[in-house]
Structure formats: structure tokens, C-alpha cells
Design a protein around this ligand. Structure first.
Ligand SMILES: [Mn+2]
Length: 363
């Protein structure tokens, strides 16, 4: 009962907050790689904010790396702009962040510009101050929370724009709950609400599960270099182009189907970072805790990695090592370091690491 009271008051809060900000300029920021959940939430917030007469702009920073997400933006004709770190936000009184664990942004937010809305379903990485703050770890997607907000608004779902938003939210819920495998009651009730408004043809078009040729190739490399330790499968895939970054996670998803494997970690070098994804079906392993234990904190106190119930990721800057001209040597160094951290975490000593090195030499 408590939960219902709490969530409905959160729903009321966003309306009160947006109403009080009417007439002002709001910058809706998509943090990290744009994905179905955060794109849908940006659309829904944009709609809500406009209904309270705010002037809005949706911006993103990282390339849309997944071809399905590029299709989503194109098919839904979403008006969002990719900006560089020198973007001038001085005309905005407010900004908003959805579906992200922290408030850091690649652009400079001026002092007078306040965080109006922060909505998420992950464990927050630090304390966040926002006029409207709604973090619910017991929900499978931020899209479900936004659907709840729409239910308490004038949203009728009958205009073209509203159909588009409903379709995007439905896709966001499906994507983040792995097609409802990890859905919670709010994800189901949100989907039930949206189901009458979605454009089914459009939904089919944007959610078609295609694996790009690049991801196929990466999966093959990951299989060749797989390193199985007990119920863990680790695989370093070497250098990955920025636009193929999402392939790492898809690859890990695929490898998790292997019998006897409970946890998969796939990683590679993407640009100037070591970038990795963890997937697990273990009942005991907490991806968030596991990755934080393995990689620890950055100097600024934030973590290199984190996650939620069944998945996680990490990003470690190469720093000055990114300048190393010998790419092969650099990869060997990275792989050895990362693998040893994993072995240490799961309690396999140096001998295990040595066996692996000799094994890898044979490939
Ligand atoms: Mn999400």
C-alpha cells in the first residue's frame, strides 16, 4: 500500500514542478549512449514539459552506436540534437536527466541552471539534488515511471505525437526488461496502459531484432577467445570501433546462453577506454557490487563500473596509455591486467592466470 502512495505522490510532484517552471527553458539531456529507454523518456518529458508551457530542447552527446537505435530515432522522427562539449547552455534555466545514475554531463551547466527533473531505475551513484527526484530501483525501466506520469496527465494518446510517444515508451520497457523477463508490476501496468495507443506496425519496425554483421564478427572473436573459469566466461575482443560499442553487450547476452555459464564479461578497447559489459543469470552475484569490487573508484570518488539486477558495465580510461603506438602490446597489457583482476575476484590464483596465458598463446 505504501508503495502506491509513494509513487502517486511522485507522479503529482512532477506535475507541480513542471507547472511552477512554466515559461522557462528546459534542456533535456540524454546521458551516455542513447538507448530505447532514455530516448523514450526524453520524448515523454518533452511532451509533459510542453504541456506546462516550458520551452524544451533534447540534446545528446555520444554517438547513437546501435543500428536499431538509429532506426528508432529515424522512424519516430525524433527531434534531438547531438552537441559537443562546448555547447552553450546559458539560455536555459533548467536541465533534466533521465535513466542515468549520476548528474555529470560532458557540457558545462551554468550556475543559474538547475536540475529540474531526475528520474531513474538504477542504484544512484551519489546523492542527487533535483526539484523532482524519482529513483525507483524496483522498476525495470524509466519508461514505466514516465508512463505513470502520463497516466496522471492530459495524455489521450490520440494525436500522432502521442502515438509516437506511447510506441517509444513501450519499446523502452521491452528493451530494458529483456522482453518482460525482468519486468515488475509497474512495467506490466504501464504496458497495459500504453497498449491501446501504440502503433503496432511502428513497434514491430523499431523492435525488429537484427544482429549487425559487426556484432556477429565480434561474437565470433569473443567465442574464440573465451576463457571459462567455473561458471564464469570472460572474453577480451580487442579493439572495437566506437560505433560498434553496443556489440559488446549483445555479445555478452549471446554468450550467456551457453550451458553451465552463469556470468559473462566481454570487454574491449573502445576509443580511449577499456569498455566492458557483464551479464549474469546467477541468483547470488550482484553485478553492481561485483564490478565495483573489481575495479574500485576513480580519483573523483565515482566508480569505474556498476550495474543492476542482471547486467552491468565498466569504462576505464586508458589515460596516457592511449598514446601507445604498439596496439598489440597495449592490448596484451590491458588483457593481462583485467583478467588478473577477475581471477583475483573469483579467487583463482596466479596459476590460473598462467594457464590462461599459455592457453591464449595457442590460439
Ligand atoms: Mn533504463
Amino acid at each position: 500500500m505504501n508503495k502506491t502512495v509513494e509513487s502517486s505522490s511522485k507522479s503529482e510532484s512532477i506535475h507541480t514542478v513542471l507547472e511552477s517552471a512554466g515559461g522557462k527553458n528546459l534542456l533535456i539531456c540524454l546521458k551516455g549512449y542513447p538507448d530505447p529507454d532514455n530516448i523514450a523518456c526524453a520524448l515523454a518529458l518533452d511532451w509533459l514539459a510542453k504541456s506546462y508551457k516550458l520551452n524544451t530542447k533534447i540534446i545528446y552527446f555520444d554517438d547513437i552506436s546501435h543500428h536499431e537505435n538509429r532506426a528508432l530515432v529515424k522512424k519516430l522522427d525524433i527531434d534531438m540534437e547531438q552537441v559537443s562539449p562546448d555547447f552553450d547552455a546559458s539560455n536555459y534555466q533548467y536541465f533534466a536527466i533521465n535513466d542515468s545514475q549520476s548528474t555529470e554531463l560532458p557540457i558545462k551547466i551554468p550556475e543559474h541552471c538547475e536540475l529540474l527533473v531526475f528520474v531513474d531505475h538504477h542504484k544512484p551513484l551519489g546523492s542527487v539534488k533535483a526539484h523532482h527526484l524519482d529513483v525507483r530501483e524496483n522498476v525495470g525501466s524509466t519508461s514505466s515511471i514516465y508512463t505513470e506520469y502520463l497516466q496522471g496527465s492530459e495524455f489521450k494518446g490520440d494525436l500522432a505525437d502521442e502515438t509516437k510517444i506511447a510506441t517509444a515508451l513501450m519499446h523502452g520497457i521491452r528493451a530494458d526488461t529483456d522482453d518482460y523477463v525482468n519486468a515488475t508490476s509497474l512495467d506490466y501496468s504501464a504496458s497495459q496502459f500504453l497498449s491501446t495507443f501504440v502503433d503496432k506496425d511502428l513497434l514491430a519496425l523499431i523492435s525488429r531484432q537484427a544482429i549487425s554483421a559487426k556484432t556477429m564478427d565480434m561474437t565470433q572473436i569473443a567465442l574464440q577467445h573465451k576463457d571459462i573459469k567455473e561458471t564464469f566466461l570472460f572474453s577480451g575482443v580487442g579493439y572495437v570501433r566506437e560505433e560498434d560499442r553496443d556489440g559488446i553487450g549483445q555479445c555478452a547476452d549471446y554468450l550467456l546462453h551457453r550451458e553451465g555459464i552463469e556470468t559473462v564479461v566481454v570487454y574491449g578497447i573502445v576509443g580511449t577506454f577499456v569498455d566492458g559489459s557483464l551479464r549474469t543469470k546467477s541468483h547470488t552475484l550482484d553485478p553492481d557490487k561485483w564490478l565495483k569490487d573489481v575495479f574500485g573508484k576513480k580519483e573523483d570518488g565515482t566508480w569505474y563500473g556498476g550495474g543492476r539486477k542482471d547486467k552491468g558495465g565498466f569504462q576505464i580510461p586508458l589515460g596516457v596509455f592511449a598514446r601507445c603506438k604498439d596496439r598489440e602490446l597495449l592490448w596484451i597489457l590491458i588483457k593481462k591486467t583485467i583478467d588478473e583482476l577477475f581471477y583475483e575476484k573469483i579467487g583463482i590464483g596466479a596459476q590460473g592466470a598462467l594457464d590462461n596465458e599459455l592457453g591464449a598463446g595457442k590460439v
